[in-house]
Design a protein around this ligand. Structure first.
Ligand SMILES: Nc1ncnc2c1ncn2[C@@H]1O[C@H](COP(=O)(O)OP(=O)(O)OP(=O)(O)O)[C@@H](O)[C@H]1O
Ligand SMILES: [Mg+2]
Length: 443
């Protein structure tokens, strides 16, 4: 039977010390890293089920330590070993070579980090591991912020506690909730999502908890609610800040006692459901305004997953733009096959208030409308042309998005922004006021 990610661990035993980027990359790919300094490597504990790989890191060792590593390599003959070659040869070259050839006996040649990550990925002959690739299909990104987010998500997934997911609109909160479910033991049972803000408050209680026949006008039959239908699975409460007070009280009961009551009944019904919730409003502020129960907030916020805004994900804008275009081209006959360098630059500087969803929409629109093979700024509708702005000294035609984009391009420096827009600093401040842009929160 294929192992589930909950029961089998993937461990890298790293003889030496991975650098911070290596650690975060490994964690994001689901590898637990145990670092072992050569002298302390007395007993290496492994569970029978675990998938374990040794990495002999030869970049920072010499002398005695190499001797210890050599002893370890021969002691753990059955451990798959990968060797990372030093950039420059060690003084103790004969030993380094012997160690590398020990690794070579098990793998064809020594590795650099990229190669190592590829090798670790191909070591997985268990199909259960491959599943995690498509779990993260909707959470792509190689920026440090996204790697850290995925590493946290992997830690939270198997822990059967609520997770509060926060992030601006379009950052992937629902995608993250889905990944949490799919990487948990509840996978295979229902994942039911509901947008608490999109359903009339009078109907929400019945949607979530169900009702008995005749419990209110129109209740002609008994109806099970979302929590009963999701038994043994996961409920995702999107826009949880919009939950009416009555439903908040019932939800607190689910979290505290694991029971619900249908409308019109006093009979508690046991439900086994994990609750994930998302919000893009500040719940602490909602608590201050007495719109949200603080006890419920603390129950929901046991684990907190924060999705970074797209503008803070270095390098991911281009990666995602190319990915979305590739996917679109696979299903539609369009000429566009790439981007001009001006478009790539404009995208990397854009503010992206609608985050990944906005990028996806702009790419698809541009792919349809452009006549050329390369998508340009105008096709994407970003990167306001300096000429157009120059003919607009009072800034009357500058909308909020153009203003935010110029501010982002000038790293929220008002003088630089004024120069870019060819207007005065006073105009920039006036525009910020007009469009309710708060510089202090953006910087
Ligand atoms: N990192 C990503 N890689 C690939 N696709 C992504 C990524 N992030 C988001 N998407 C896609 O962008 C769209 C928006 O994501 P999602 O609905 O999860 O965002 P959200 O934070 O829930 O938005 P909202 O706040 O508006 O509810 C979806 O189509 C999703 O698949
Ligand atoms: Mg959403």
């Amino acid at each position: 039977m294929a192992a589930t990610p909950g029961s089998t661990k993937r461990c890298v035993i790293w003889f030496g010390e991975p650098c911070p980027r290596e650690k975060i990359l490994l964690a994001a790919e689901g590898w637990q890293v145990r670092t072992v300094l050569p002298r302390q490597a007395a007993g290496i504990g492994m569970r029978a089920n675990d998938q374990v790989v040794g990495v002999i890191d030869l970049r920072h060792h010499s002398g005695d330590e190499l001797e210890h590593l050599e002893a370890l390599a021969s002691e753990h003959r059955h451990l798959p070993l990968l060797g990372i070659e030093p950039a420059a040869p060690h003084d103790d070259d004969a030993r380094t070579h012997r160690l590398l050839s020990a690794c070579r006996q098990r793998f064809a040649h020594p590795l650099d980090l990229d190669e190592l990550m590829r090798r670790l990925a191909t070591l997985d002959d268990d199909p259960a591991w491959h599943r995690t690739d498509d779990v993260f299909d909707c959470l792509r990104g190689e920026s440090t912020a996204m790697l850290a987010m995925r590493a946290t998500l992997r830690k939270f997934a198997p822990v059967d506690l609520p997770v509060l997911i926060t992030g601006e609109t379009g950052t992937g909160k629902e995608a993250a909730a889905n990944a949490l479910h799919r990487l948990s033991q509840r996978e295979g049972h229902p994942f039911l999502a509901i947008n608490c803000g999109a359903i009339a408050p009078t109907l929400l209680q019945s949607e979530l908890f169900g009702h008995e026949r005749g419990s209110f006008t129109g209740a002609t039959t008994r109806r099970q609610g979302l929590f009963e239908n999701a038994h043994r699975g996961t409920v995702f409460l999107d826009e949880v800040g919009d939950l009416p007070m009555e439903a908040q009280t019932s939800l607190l009961r689910v979290l505290q006692e694991g029971t619900i009551e249908r409308i019109g009944s006093n009979q508690p019904i046991h439900v086994d459901v994990r609750v994930l919730a998302a919000t893009h409003v500040d719940l602490e502020q909602a608590i201050e305004q007495r719109r949200f129960r603080s006890d419920l907030y603390y129950r929901l916020n046991v684990l907190h997953l924060s999705l970074p805004p797209l503008r803070r994900r270095d390098g991911d804008i281009e990666l995602l733009a190319r990915h979305f275009l590739r996917v679109f081209r696979a299903h539609h006959a369009v000429r566009a096959r790439g981007y001009t360098s001006a478009a790539l630059q404009a995208m990397s500087r854009f503010h992206w208030p609608g985050n990944v969803r906005e990028l996806l929409n702009r790419v698809q629109r541009a792919a349809i409308t452009t006549e050329d093979e390369l998508i340009d700024c105008a096709d994407l509708g970003i990167g306001p042309s300096a000429d157009a702005l120059a003919r607009d000294p009072a800034g009357n035609r500058i909308d909020r998005e153009a203003l935010l984009s110029c501010l982002a391009q000038s790293r929220y420096n008002v003088s630089a922004c004024a120069r870019l827009m060819k207007v005065s600093r006073v105009t920039v401040y006036r525009l910020c006021r007009r469009h309710a842009v708060r510089l202090d929160t953006l910087r």
